[in-house]
Design a protein around this ligand. Structure first.
Ligand SMILES: CC(C)(COP(=O)(O)OP(=O)(O)OC[C@H]1O[C@@H](n2cnc3c(N)ncnc32)[C@H](O)[C@@H]1OP(=O)(O)O)[C@@H](O)C(=O)NCCC(=O)NCCS
Length: 236
């Protein structure tokens, strides 16, 4: 029996973005599962605890399947870069997330998309929210809280949206930036879409007031966010 089972999330994404997700049980993971699924564990992962190996393999399996959905070829490896960023095969970009037995990845061609970020978070408790709220949210973001989301869910949405933005932009700017460097500036609860604005210049053509579009999906326990940066036309 496998340590994972597949989930269907493709309908949530634009047609040129391929997505794959699965549920997994870290306790059912065995070292042989990585090789059995065709995933190469990086050297630095070899001594990691089983839970970390399981989430790495689950994320990479999703990435491999998303690439297969895009190119029709199975078995593409996604390596790990110096800052932990996934390193995609030539011509492709994407993003990976995993939390509490859930993993997902998105992949697309770099001729269609410049950046992709995906993130899933377990909805924080009220206690956790009280502790982290001021670090991850700005007061002005709370005007966008939809009536159908409680404060903990909305705080988690803000957190996840910023993690998705980071994953989308890091491969392009190759520098760290933080929760105070971006803010939600619009949210549509009907379409579950949001806009997020940079509050700092990041270099590499990304500057303060640049805006990015994303969407979210919330169930009772988790929030999922996605941000896609469509390929910009080259200046002629
Ligand atoms: C890197 C980071 C975003 C990961 O998010 P997370 O919620 O902790 O973890 P997730 O499970 O959702 O995502 C983990 C995956 O993110 C990907 N990732 C890690 N570093 C990354 C980077 N620099 N760029 C893009 N993707 C990265 C990896 O694929 C990783 O999985 P893997 O190690 O198994 O390959 C987070 O740990 C971090 O460093 N945050 C600080 C920066 C930030 O968020 N700033 C907010 C700006 S508005």
């Amino acid at each position: 029996m496998s340590f994972f089972s597949s989930l269907e999330i493709a309908p949530f994404f634009p047609a040129t973005v391929k997505a794959s997700a699965l549920q997994f049980d870290p306790q059912a993971f065995r070292d042989g599962d990585a090789a059995a699924e065709g995933i190469a564990l990086p050297e630095k992962m070899k001594n990691a605890v089983a839970k970390r190996k399981a989430e790495y393999v689950a994320g990479r399996l999703c990435a491999m399947r998303a690439i297969e959905g895009l190119c029709g070829v199975a078995g593409h490896q996604v390596a790990a870069g110096e800052r932990g960023e996934p390193v995609w095969p030539d011509g492709l970009i994407g993003s990976i997330t995993h939390t509490k037995g859930f993993a997902a990845a998105v992949a697309a061609r770099n001729e269609d998309w410049e950046g992709l970020g995906i993130d899933t978070e377990e909805i924080m408790t009220e206690n956790v929210m009280q502790t982290v709220k001021n670090k991850i949210c700005r007061p002005e973001e709370w005007v966008f809280k939809p009536e159908n989301l409680n404060p903990q869910t909305f705080a988690t949405l803000i957190f996840s949206a910023k993690e998705s933005l980071f994953k989308c932009l890091y491969p392009l700017v190759r520098r760290m930036f933080w929760f105070e460097d971006a803010r939600i500036v619009a949210l549509d609860a009907e379409y579950k879409s949001f806009s997020i604005e940079l509050l700092s210049d990041l270099g590499s053509g990304f500057k303060r007031k640049d805006c990015f579009s994303g969407f979210y999906y919330a169930d009772d326990v988790k929030i999922h966010t996605f941000i896609g940066l469509v390929k910009r036309a080259c200046p002629s």
